[in-house]
Design a protein around this ligand. Sequence first.
Ligand SMILES: C[S@@+](CC[C@H](N)C(=O)[O-])C[C@H]1O[C@@H](n2cnc3c(N)ncnc32)[C@H](O)[C@@H]1O
Length: 183
Amino acid sequence: MKQSDFDKYEDSYVETVERSIQFSGLKHDFFQQAKQKMLRQVIYKHFRGNEKLSLLDVGCGVGSLHPYIKELVHSIVGVDISHQSIKRAKLNNSDNRYFSYDGERLPFEANKFNIVMAVCVMHHVHPDKWSFFLSEMSRVTQENGLVVVIEHNPLNPLTKFAVSRCPFDVDATLLSARRVSKL
Ligand SMILES: C[S@@+](CC[C@H](N)C(=O)[O-])C[C@H]1O[C@@H](n2cnc3c(N)ncnc32)[C@H](O)[C@@H]1O
């Protein structure tokens, strides 16, 4: 992936996703709600009502998930390799902090965040870099914190169909939950 591959979707990210999932009859909002619900459960199970949770979203794009999850945590920081997406994320979510970076070492000290997540990002990272990508997420996560990876399920034929229709997924290498856990 080149640094600017997602820059051109700054204005059209949600519409582009919706075109690729149109056949399902479901909108982008449906999937964002589903992610929010899942995150709510995972966060509650792990932290049991700690009100002051900090969350880092690696590969946050235009921050389209952030309005859905802002009630779940105290603070949200987003990073992405797409400068344009980060500009848009800032405009869309003025309460949060956003930074662009080079996709290698995360620009944060160790043990900083309670939750570090990557949503539909790893399939854009070259498989040779998966291990490093996760070790960086782990490095900036506090002890007893949570690293969350949400990915497209490569065992679901409908997911694979949606991915094949999505122009920015041409470089995607899907990975299973088992693979992520092993890594
Ligand atoms: C499909 S979008 C997902 C955006 C957001 N997580 C969401 O769910 O709406 C993938 C994002 O990953 C970013 N990305 C790709 N490789 C990355 C890397 N190595 N580090 C951080 N972000 C990366 C892209 O720029 C893009 O914004």
